[in-house]
Design a protein around this ligand. Sequence first.
Ligand code: M6R
Length: 612
Amino acid sequence: MGYVGDNKSLEVLLGGLKRLEYRGYDSAGVAVIDADGHLGVRKRSGKLKVLTDDLAADPLGNGATGIGHTRWATHGGPTDANAHPHLGDNGKLALIHNGIIENFYDLKRELLAEGETFTSETDTEVAAILVGREFQKTHDVTESLRRVVARLHGAFTLLVMHEDQPGVVVGARRNSPLVIGLGDGENFLGSDVAAFVEFTQRAVAIGQDQIVTIRPDSVEVTDFIGNPVETEEFEIAWDVSAADKGGWSSFMAKEISEEPEAVANTLRGRAVNGTVHLPELESIGAAVLADIDRIIIIACGTAAYAGMLGKYAIEQWSRIPVEVELSHEFRYRNPIINSRTLVVSISQSGETMDTLMAVKYATANDARVLSICNTQGATIARESHAVVYTHAGPEVAVASTKAFVAQIAALYLLGLHLATVRGTLSAGEIAENVAELVAIPDKIAEVIESAKVIPQLAHWMTDTQSVLFLGRHVGFPVALEGALKLKELAYIHAEGFAAGELKHGPIALIEPGQIVFVVVPSPRGTGSLHPKVVSNIQEIRARGARVIAIAEKGDAAVLPFADEVIPIPLAATLFEPFLAVVPLHVFGMELAAAKGLDVDQPRNLAKSVTVE
Ligand code: M6R
């Protein structure tokens, strides 16, 4: 983040970095021009707290201009030397970077040959040295940065300041995010609005290949050539309390408790009187939507599991074939798409680079792109033909929870909308499904309330080395989600399987004591799913597995075969995932906490993955 204003830059930066830390937490650093006009820099490996403790013990002069950074390491390990800011122009210029400069090695060789020396292994330091060299010629940060970005390849947001130009911070962005916060006598830059929401609700998203210069009383945005560009201000839809932990032990605990509200807010105004309203789709056009012959859903991680659930619902309701693909696989395999393909991207952050690149590829190849996104003004939203926002509120914990259920809700709305415009469901059928949807928030709240047994289970399992998750039909993506949560939060080997696949190999993993979570479909559901899953439970029990079943309340058939049953309320088959996933979110969190791990910031990860 960057700040220009009155003499409190250090406090502003440290507060902002605390809210941005979820984006990366390998190291942190700040640079401030103090009241005497000197550039001071402090950077430390480890979480932000290491830096703040260091600054408390040995303060840096405060001032009116500053930049600050938290890092998720790409080039060079998480050391003090590799932490940002990096310096140029004999230590008078500081620069921070998000992204990857893909041609850094060639540039570094060139600079080494010209006698420059480097103190880090990062790609970023190349940019700091280059901008410093240009400053010696131009004496202007904006012009220097403009000259340098023309030479860089890859993805970058760069922020730069120089002690000879106090009161100025300059940012440039290509592919990585950057947002301006408009204050009164002060202005801000941040990778997202969380950086400055404590001080202002007024924001402007910077477009692709643009440069912004902030001063206390002005903001100028140009393209990389220097032509002024029009910007559009938006109001941040949440306030600082939404990004605070409140009284909760972790952001994740808070966000799980907000799952009912996240779904309710996503449905608000869109599921009304038994019908679905998605005016956001007008920018694609009813005629185009009526004519599409294929849908491809692209996403990563948890969002991709939401996408898998979307496939079940959209195909069932609208009879349009749906494929679900990981964004990074889609982008680089020459997929078959055309103007009759609707690509649906799903991303909580709206900044996941793999998904952004896939969206750009899809638009460049004539597909219509609709994005389901949780972050206002995010890059993916801006690059799409239409966007349906989930209104889950800011999600801070690295493990995605409330965004997941909100994404499913948005996908189900899309499925019902398509069924309406294509006439594949009757008005009565639409109304029945809408009724199921609007009942979900209260049912999720019921699951959270009844999930009290889970902390106990987690405490028993702190030494467990491996946990398996089984599900069938819509229970399969839920199993995958349960396994992902355990891997990322508790660092336990975990796998999710389609229950029917078990006998084709994975059953060999079952040995006495192996813990298996089974997502059991409703006995009232169609397609004899229930008896098949109950048979799968018996097969693994016969081989010594310990079974924890997530099953509909009153499902007597499961009781004799499960070591533990976690009951969920009744719901139609397609809607069960909203409920079955909640105990798995709670379990991942509780097991991580019981192991003494950082629930909100698991190792090696970052909330928004802005590199490919
Ligand atoms: O911001 P996105 O929804 O695009 O993020 C996608 C994944 O990186 C994300 O869901 C990740 O898998 C979560 N950490 C899982 O809990």
